[in-house]
Design a protein around this ligand. Structure first.
Ligand code: ARG
Ligand code: ZN
Length: 881
């Protein structure tokens, strides 16, 4: 067991810092085996704090020297421990000079200053700056930074930091230097530095007010051809933020740097965004349509942070969702505007329900604004990001687009240059609109996914329809009782032809049109609609207007009707999904009882009619035809029978494929060929999505026609989307020969493309065919695999544990043991990656007693390691509590 347990930090303990740092001057001397960091800090005591010690954060630093004013301090003048440097300044304002020595080349945690391949780069959010130098490493300390970088010119011709380049020059011994100055005060987590041998892709953007911005993307030279899409996405993001939020960019230069070793997606450092190369690089030969969309949304996300995060930042890390929830909402709306709004919403809701709902029901469940943490890196979660975005979306729904914009205008104006709280955000929305969100704010303080139970009662004699709503929320760690939420329920009532009926609520003077948003605010509440002359079928929670579990006693006929007739596209998809969920859940029970499976013909008929629907957007057809994921079915189950879920889902897929093979072939053939020239437009993407969904089904029929179509597509595809879809189908087919030929060909051709090899690992790690664990173990010895690279860990080990559920949960527990071994291996090497990787084990409560036991044994084994990182300790200990 670890000797020292990490401390818990509480929101209620927040207080302002004792000192401010007005100016920060940094000089980095970069060498191959170490770096020297010289800081000069201009410090001022906060108010009349009196003679308080100055406690600077610092970790894994070698302190070389400290000087207060012009006085070099002796070791007796200060105290250093593992986490801090304590000084005793007498003056209220003073200059502090510190030199530290660090070893970026040995920094495998990828936090602070580290080396990725041949380049130096930084990741400071949340608390990485303290691994560079001693500092007040907290977001409410905002400072003006000037940064000088000195390095060998040959190996590091490019030297970058935040803001504007103000000077540069040569130094002796083949070294050179550059000085960057950032005019905007910022917290240390937004600091960035890059030094490397990079090539530059350059463009420019003219803002609405006519300023010209120099846009730069820096990548390793071999990736030069893969930056066009990121650059276009950047320009579109800049325009969108001007048009939709009235926000212009503020510096004269905006830079993006792509690095191969990165723990997360990307980082919004002021003027110098640093990206995981997987979120920048995109070329049709090497990246799928999904990857293209991810690049577009991450570029937008980081750019949007310039206002929602940088100009207005967080007071403390409990407020993380202030910038992340808001910015995810902004990037989702941007993507919706650039592509299909309905499809984007379907993708996001699918992701939220399979993943965030599981987090909210698990041992790490926490509110959007948590009250405590041990390691803040563990709180970059689906709840903070995705649920946080849902909370902002609900505010947008309640206020309407115009009211919401008035609110954000006030927020940016009132708090520009400040570090603020979620309450400040809400207050701006309230003040701009004259509303009271006191009750709404429970979304920030209460964890768990609310359940909204609704039923309806038609009264023919009074021509009324009564909608009864009941909400509840299951207990979560530390919160046994929950108060009612404000739940915006977007809805319509459909007549027997599927037309929307005019809505008028009893007691209201004005009709509400054909669709309305009801605010459900009580534990139990009724809404009575008047003038309803035939029994309606309600279309509820349209567009997933609140992150809740909706329960309504729909019959399968009702779901079929909605899937065919709901005028709302999102709810059409939702009805088909929920019909499939109902059918699959029923079949799981039948399978468990050992009875023969029989497919409900109604599911078949919905699939048949969607397949024949030439009006419907092809991407929508693909979304509807896809069955709910195993992960979602597990989330919905009380005790999940993974084997039964997998068996039944595969069985249904095969039944659908066999029964609908003919119309599937017709539609498939009508969609043209994968050999035709690639195009990026939405219609082409939709076509690829549908054709590849159909290919997946057709391959399940086992026909030789399907196999030859698939092999042909693999060989002839003009782009990676189609080639990869064919590879997935081949890998999951029983034809060992075709599978191995394709895998080998693919690996040879793309050996020099790490991101493509990530896909190659991912596809094999995700294949549910027997022997999955052995394949993954074997792949770990492949020369392209490297456990120090987070993308590789995610695409092999992460994909196995998260996407390959039958193999991961195999009965003998070997999958669990394998994952625990990898967590232990990564624990000290890269704590952030280790603690994310362990998540599937923490969900042990979902499974049968035998599996629970084995999962807990592995968690306990992890907990017994000496030198457990705080990251892993927090997640594992909480999951066993
Ligand atoms: N702020 C970044 C983003 O949302 C995420 C960086 C988080 N980094 C970390 N090590 N937890 O784009
Ligand atoms: Zn973000």
């Amino acid at each position: 067991m670890r000797t020292e347990q990490p401390q818990t930090i509480y929101l209620k303990d927040y207080r302002q810092p004792d000192y401010w740092i007005d100016e920060t001057h940094l000089t980095f001397e970069l060498f191959e085996d170490h770096a020297l960091v010289h800081s000069r800090l201009f410090i001022r005591r906060n108010g009349d704090a009196g003679l308080v010690p100055l406690v600077l954060d610092g970790q894994q630093l070698e302190l070389v020297s400290v000087a207060l004013g012009d006085q070099t301090l002796a070791p007796t003048d200060y105290q250093v421990d593992e986490h801090s440097l304590t000084l005793h300044p007498q003056a209220a304002e003073f200059e502090l000079a510190i030199t530290t020595r660090i070893e970026p080349q040995n920094n495998t945690a990828l936090e602070g200053l580290y080396k990725s391949g041949g380049m130096f780069c930084t990741q400071c959010e949340a608390e990485g700056f303290r691994k560079i130098t001693y500092y007040l490493d907290r977001p409410d300390v905002m400072s003006r930074f000037t940064t000088t970088i000195l390095a060998d010119r040959g190996s590091y011709p490019i030297l970058l930091s935040n803001g504007n380049l103000i000077a540069s020059g040569e130094h002796e011994g083949g070294r050179h230097w550059a000085t960057w100055e950032d005019p905007f005060p910022k917290p240390s987590y937004l600091f960035a530095l890059v030094a490397g041998d990079l090539c530059l892709i350059q463009d420019s953007y003219t803002t609405l007010s006519g300023r010209t911005i120099d846009l730069r993307i820096y990548v390793e030279p071999e990736n030069r051809e893969q930056c066009g899409h990121a650059m276009d996405s950047l320009k579109r993001s800049m325009r969108w933020d001007e048009e939709v939020y009235g926000r212009e960019y503020d510096l004269d230069i905006f830079m993006i740097v792509a690095v191969n070793d990165f723990n997360m997606g990307a980082m919004e450092n002021k003027g110098l965004n640093i990206f995981n190369s997987s979120c920048v690089l995109a070329h049709p030969d090497t990246a799928t349509d999904m990857a293209f969309q991810r690049v577009e949304s991450v570029v937008a996300h980081e750019y949007f942070h310039n206002w929602s995060g940088n100009r207005v930042t967080c007071r403390d890390w409990f407020q993380l969702s202030l910038k992340e929830g808001f910015t995810v909402f902004r990037d989702a709306e941007f993507s919706a505007d650039m592509n299909s709004r309905t499809v984007k919403r379907i993708e996001d809701v699918t992701f939220l329900r399979a993943n965030q709902f599981a987090e909210d029901a698990g041992p790490m469940a926490h509110p959007v604004r948590p009250e405590s943490y041990m390691e803040i890196s563990n709180f970059y979660t689906l709840t903070i990001y995705e649920k946080g975005a849902e909370v902002v979306r609900m505010l947008h729904t309640l206020l309407g687009a115009e009211g919401f914009r008035k609110g954000t205008d006030l927020y940016f104006e009132r708090h520009d240059g400040q570090a603020v709280t979620c309450d400040d955000f809400i207050a701006a929305l309230e003040d701009a609109n004259g509303v009271d969100f006191t009750q709404f704010k429970r979304w920030y303080s209460q964890a768990g996914t609310p359940v909204l139970e609704v039923d309806g009662e038609f009264n023919a004699s009074s021509s009324t329809y009564r909608l009864r709503c009941r909400q509840s929320c299951p207990p979560t760690p530390g919160q046994s009782e929950k108060l009612p939420f404000v739940i915006p329920l977007r809805m319509a009532l459909l007549d027997s032809e599927g037309r929307e009926m005019p809505l008028k609520l009893a007691g209201e003077a004005h009709a509400r049109g054909n669709e309305t948003v009801l605010a459900v605010t009580e534990a139990e509440q009724e809404f009575v609609f008047e003038g309803i002359t035939e029994e309606p079928l309600p279309s509820l929670l349209r567009g997933f207007s609140a992150p809740v579990k909706l329960v309504y006693p729909y019959t399968r006929e009702d779901r079929v009707f909605l899937a065919m007739h709901d005028p709302d596209g999102f709810n059409r998809w939702e009805a088909a999904q929920s019909l499939a969920v109902d059918v699959l859940q029923g079949l799981v029970e039948i399978h468990q009882a050992g009875r023969p499976l029989l497919l409900d013909q109604r599911l078949l008929e919905v699939w048949r009619s969607v397949l024949a629907d030439a009006e419907l957007d092809q991407a929508m057809v693909a979304e509807i035809l896809r069955l709910p994921s195993e992960a979602y079915l597990i989330e919905l189950a009380r005790v999940a029978d993974v084997d039964a879920i997998h068996h039944v889902r595969e069985w249904v897929r095969r039944e659908l494929a066999n029964a609908l093979a003919e119309p599937m072939w017709q539609r498939f053939d009508a969609l043209g060929s994968a050999a035709q020239p690639w195009s990026a437009d939405a219609a082409s993407m939709a076509r690829r999505s549908l054709r590849n969904t159909l290919l997946g089904y057709l391959m399940l029929t086992g026909s030789s026609a399907a196999m030859s179509a698939c092999v042909r597509q693999f060989v002839e595809a003009s782009n990676m989307t189609d080639r990869q879809a064919a590879l997935v189908a081949l890998v999951n087919s029983p034809d060992e020969h075709q599978k191995h030929a394709a895998l080998q060909e693919f690996a040879q051709r793309w050996a020099d493309y790490p991101l493509v090899m990530d896909q190659w690992f991912n596809i094999q790690a995700s294949s549910p065919l027997p022997g999955g664990l052995e394949r993954v173990q074997e792949l770990m010895t492949h020369p392209a695999f490297n456990i120090r690279n987070p993308n590789k860990v995610r695409s092999l080990i992460g994909a196995f544990a998260n996407n390959n559920l039958v193999n991961f949960h195999r009965k003998d527990g070997a999958g669990y043991r394998f994952l625990a071994d990898r967590v232990i291996e990564l624990n000290l090497m890269n704590p952030q990656i280790a603690s994310r990787l362990v998540t599937p084990l923490t969900r042990w409560r979902k499974f049968d007693p035998a599996r629970q036991e084995m999962m807990k044994v592995e968690l306990a084994r992890i907990l017994e390691q000496d030198k457990l990182s705080p990251d892993v300790y927090e997640v594992v200990s909480k999951s066993l509590a």
